[in-house]
Design a protein around this ligand. Sequence first.
Ligand code: HAM
Length: 433
Amino acid sequence: MSQKIRGVKGTRDVLPIDTYVKDDDPWLRVGHYHLVEQATRDLFPLYGYREARTPILERTELFVRSIGEVTDIVGKEMYTFDDRGESVTLRPEGTASLVRAYVEHNVSQQEPETRWWYLGPMFRRERQQRGRYRQFTQIGIEAFGSPGPRIDAEQIELLDRWLRGLGIPFEMHLNTLGDAACRPRYREALQAYLRSRSAELCEDCKKRVENNPIRVLDCKNPSCQEVAAGAPRMDQFLCDPCKAHFAGVQDSLGRLGVRFTVDAKLVRGLDYYARTTYEAIATSGLGAQSTVAGGGRYDGLVKELGGPDVPGIGFAAGVERMALLLAQKGKESATHPLVFIAPLGDAEAARADELAQQLRAAGLSAEVSFRKANPGNQLKRADALGARFALVLGDAELKAGRAKLKELKSGAQHEVSLASFAEEVKKLTESLR
Ligand code: HAM
């Protein structure tokens, strides 16, 4: 036998049945992903979001200029390679790509407000652990053209409704990072404080003090957390417009009945944010990687990427993390065949193929057994597939033109005519519903 080729570290296969899979999260199945995706397609359009799809591959410069050169993502996590003289990167997130598309297609000239949602794989070379992968899936939204605080609250309410509808336990955290008018003063004050306590910080944070001091606030290292606890707070430095915006977001959330906690340590890992930031944090079931979704306002980004001065705000959620939580609750959307047809001989096999074709033409799902086995084993296979009905087709059934359709859960038998099989199955499923 030739040597096996294994998947790349940090990537994972998501298969229909978990017994195929042997890794640290064996029970994540494609049905968990479908449940999240279906909830997205049902809910997001109700808020006016329309789906956009952008490429996985982008010019490296896009992420350097948007996410920021000194962030962990750009500094050490991107999959970047030279494509015959041009540096390209597998996208580590969706916002930068959507902003690029928004600018490239002059969308602001066609509509004053734009709302897009997206779903797809993202790539970051992070240390693999439960809920953290090198290829992962994000579902996100971005809204362009709305400067006021009501859209911030509406997005947070959407995220709240979406997660709640799926039964995911979480808390909503909210913060403001100020803007170009007030953040620089805060940054200076924070830097001065952190420099004075630099000896107590981890090696990474010692560097962050100089190039990205705000990130020290969300370092997980206990000694850094202790230093962060005594640090100056952004809310002491907010300018009046930022104060009014933050108050407006909180008022709107109150009116919409969304519960949240103001969390001064919520600083996010990407540089493009201004003012509102928010995160949905799982209250149990995810361990260290407990942030299910995160986002915020990025008012200067469209301009920074060559577009007009249009404000933006959005969030993205990690589908694997949501799927892990659903798997723990035993929730999954499954697609089982409605009818499993097991022909016993060659003549019956030809008839089975026709019956399956008629069922599918009527919009009903059918699976034909292509293996020779006795009726008992065929029924076992139907059961394992989760089929609702099984039809064992032998010579006697073919001659009589009638057969017994077995309902697998109850064991009930329903006599049906083969000549009008699809219609009878349809009527039966409707009457038994
Ligand atoms: P982010 O916080 O970097 O934000 O990622 C959003 C979510 O993606 C996280 O909360 C997490 O659920 C998931 N995620 C991130 N990295 C990984 C990973 N290595 N493995 C598994 N899941 C992961 C953004 O990406 C922003 N673009 C969000 C945004 C949209 N801001 C404004 N608009």
